[in-house]
Write a protein that binds this ligand. Structure first.
Ligand code: KIV
Ligand code: NA
Length: 265
């Protein structure tokens, strides 16, 4: 198998080939996605929400992210695996940021890390890149700053915030990021950023002009049914399918239908 690398993604952008990315947090789903041909798996700190049931991404720890990432790595052969640096493990200074990134690389076997923010984290990005660790940026709606924003509404609709986002995108590219996630911003702003950079821009709720797309697996598989933003396309209703399966199982156990003669020793 030909592995997807950070260079592959930059080449895909140059060739106009769209990049597919999904989140995953465990061995079994990572294996399905890898065998289905996904380009990139993001071990997102959205694990805090969809795996652990927290309201925000803030509580998840570095140890917990490492557990998820190591599990994902054991399931894949081909795709690139990117791991989120969780809240509190890189914001204070670049030495701590590098130490966190090194723990992820050493203890999981993942291929790259992702961190939220622009100018505020640029020294950390440079330090981590200098250590040989590929970094993916993340601008727009950055959930680790949710209490600063106050809402999960569309970001950068006003000129000042759009200008800062464009400047941050340039800074991240110059600092050596191999790709950039743009979350929940106007499609035309994402288009402008994608056209101004040579590194790929991967969007979530950032429109059709991005070089690639990412969704949270629990949202696109319909495991989460409460979260229905306009940008989400749901490919399966796993909530309903699982409910039906569980109800059938309960029925079969209660009725004595399961197990039958062929299902016993
Ligand atoms: O944690 C996550 O799932 C993410 C994606 C939404 C980009 O950061
Ligand atoms: Na994230």
């Amino acid at each position: 198998v030909k592995r997807v690398t950070t260079n592959t993604l930059v080449k895909m952008k140059a060739a106009g080939e769209k990049i597919s990315m999904l989140t995953a947090y465990d061995f079994s789903f990572a294996r399905i996605m890898d065998q289905a041909g996904i380009d990139v798996i993001l071990v997102g700190d959205s694990a805090s929400n969809v795996m652990a049931g927290h309201e925000t991404t803030l509580p998840i720890t570095l140890d917990q992210m490492i557990y998820h990432a190591a599990s994902v790595i054991r399931g894949i052969k081909r795709c690139l695996v990117v791991v989120d640096l969780p809240f509190g493990t890189y914001q204070s200074n670049s030495e701590i940021a590098l130490a966190s990134a090194i723990r992820i690389m050493k203890e999981t076997g993942a291929h790259a890390i992702k961190m939220e923010g622009g100018a505020e984290v640029i020294e950390s990005v440079k330090k981590i890149v200098s250590a040989g660790i590929p970094v993916m940026g993340h601008l727009g709606l950055t959930p680790q700053s949710i209490y600063k924003f106050g809402t999960y509404s569309v970001r950068a609709q006003e000129k000042a915030e759009a200008d800062k986002l464009k400047a941050d995108a340039k800074l991240l590219q110059e600092a050596g990021c191999f790709a950039l996630v743009l979350e929940k911003i106007p499609a035309l702003l994402a288009k402008e950023v994608a056209e101004s950079l040579h590194i790929p821009v991967i969007g979530i709720g950032a429109g059709k002009y991005c070089d690639g797309q990412v969704l949270v697996m629990h949202d696109m598989l319909g495991i989460n049914t409460e979260f229905k933003p306009k940008f989400l396309r749901q490919y399966l209703n796993l909530f309903e399918l699982t409910t039906e399966a569980v109800k059938s199982y309960i029925h079969d156990v209660k009725s004595g239908d399961f197990p039958n003669e062929k299902e016993q020793y």
